[in-house]
Design a protein around this ligand. Structure first.
Ligand code: C2O
Ligand code: CU
Ligand code: CU
Length: 445
């Protein structure tokens, strides 16, 4: 990767999307998928996709209990869909591959926010096109607040000490274009770029106050698995997972995050002098610089207890369902099958609690055993990990998860309750694997 070879730019902060409904318990938004242009490289404008702008999308921010209506207009020249990743809504509002939005038309899902505070995201989900659409820039954050999260003494000034970080790796060709021409390696492993962007900027820096700062981190990459750390090896705290806050802050020196996973982190800059800097790195490579200002802000101490996470007992499960992920490239399968829009793979009963046993059989190309890790994602609910190969999950995974990285040869058991009806997907979130058919459909009735 070639970060920090060019000029540094201020980190763009995605704007909060305006709620068009004055009623405090209702929210109405408009998202427009459109083509755009960005000058990532000087003098070489890149053709992009974005929502309501040139690249990426605004942040949708709602409260638990809100009645939400979102108009999604497609101004692209091709069909797309819009999926709310991690949101617990009925299948008809989920925006999966069956909810195509034709060019020039608008899709208007309506739902009530039925889950706790969390940092979720949205992105297209059209069959065989998800990788390309996300790669060109279609993605944004979806933040839920609730009473508990608002009462906790956590850094919460958006863009000041509560900062969203959408991390994506990209490859720009000699003309500065996002070349979504998949080579052999990209088909096998998923597309990995040579440049890391944060919120659509290469080599960004961001000013942070002296004190504790919260980062809402999304791995919005097509395939890359990151290992995040600070350049000075300083510890930080994880306070949230994909689907909400953890019970307590978990101290970490590094964090592995696969495609589509989120983490809320707290970094303490209290001991920094004005103007001092530190970098966020991926496997040692710096890609975002923090510049500490003189201003002091935020809570002195982190709350020792964040939220209660209900103990979902194994005995509540009425069924154990098995998913075996296998292969690479065009050979990818789940339970030996590739995605077929006309086939329902699994049928669940509404309100049932199930254990999903997710195995990565470690198979690679042509049935060799040189396979790779796959991030498994299920729609329509949030999971709690029961165990990884029989061992309790690490402390920073003891919270709500919708995307679970499973290593070659590993077996993960997760439990979830399915309280929303309709048609949903489960799939590998390496988007090139998903597009190659590493996906299945389930109904909840
Ligand atoms: Cu993030 Cu099925 O998607
Ligand atoms: Cu999803
Ligand atoms: Cu995969």
């Amino acid at each position: 990767t070639n970060n920090f070879s060019g000029e540094e730019k201020p980190l763009p902060i995605p704007p909060l999307l305006e709620d068009e409904n004055p009623d405090p318990n209702k929210a109405e938004f408009t998202l427009v998928a459109q083509t755009g242009s960005m000058e990532f490289l000087k003098g070489k404008p890149t053709d992009t996709f974005g929502y309501n702008g040139n690249y990426l999308g605004p942040v949708i921010r709602v409260k638990k209990g809100d009645d939400v209506s979102i108009k999604v207009k497609n101004e692209l020249d091709e069909a797309t869909t819009l999926h709310w990743h991690g949101l617990e809504v009925d299948g008809e509002d989920d925006g999966g591959p069956n909810s195509g939005i034709q060019p020039g038309t608008t899709w208007n899902p309506q739902f009530t926010i039925d889950q706790n505070a969390a940092t979720l995201w949205y992105h297209p989900h059209l069959l065989h096109k998800t990788g390309e659409h996300v790669y060109k820039g279609l993605a944004g954050l979806f933040i839920i607040d609730d009473q508990d999260s608002e009462q906790l003494d956590l850094p919460n000034e958006y863009g000041v000490n509560d900062i969203p970080l959408i991390v994506q790796d990209k490859q720009l060709d000699e003309n500065g274009q996002f070349a979504y021409n998949l080579g052999m390696q990209d088909v096998m492993m998923g597309l990995q770029g040579d440049t890391i962007m944060v919120n659509g900027a290469i080599n960004p820096y961001v000013e942070v106050p002296k004190g504790k700062v919260r980062f809402r981190l999304l791995n919005g990459s097509n395939a890359r698995i990151y290992q995040f750390a600070l350049s000075n090896s300083q510890d930080f705290y994880q306070i949230g997972t994909d689907g909400g806050l953890l019970e307590e802050p978990v101290k970490l020196s590094n964090l592995i995050l696969s495609s589509a996973e989120r983490a809320e982190l707290i970094v303490d800059f209290s001991s920094y002098k004005e103007g001092e800097t530190v970098e966020l790195t991926d496997q040692g490579l710096p890609f975002l610089k923090f510049v500490v200002t003189g201003e002091e802000k935020g809570p002195k101490e982190l709350p020792a207890h964040l939220v209660d996470i209900p103990q979902v007992d194994e005995s509540m499960a009425t069924n154990t369902r098995k998913f075996v992920m296998s292969g690479m490239g065009q050979n990818v399968t789940i339970n030996g099958k590739q995605m077929d829009m006309d086939r329902i793979d699994e049928k669940l009963k509404l309100h049932d609690t199930e254990i999903w046993e997710i195995t990565n059989d470690g198979m690679g190309m042509m049935g060799n055993n040189m396979g790779m890790a796959h991030p498994f994602h299920g729609h329509g609910t949030q999971f709690l990990i029961l165990d990884r190969d029989g061992n309790p999950p690490p402390p920073n995974e003891r919270g709500w998860k919708d995307t679970i990285l499973v290593s070659p040869g590993e077996k993960v058991r997760a439990i979830a309750t399915f309280d929303h009806k309709g048609l949903f997907m489960y799939h590998c979130h390496i988007l090139e694997h998903e597009d190659a058919g590493m996906m299945g459909q389930f109904t909840v009735e």
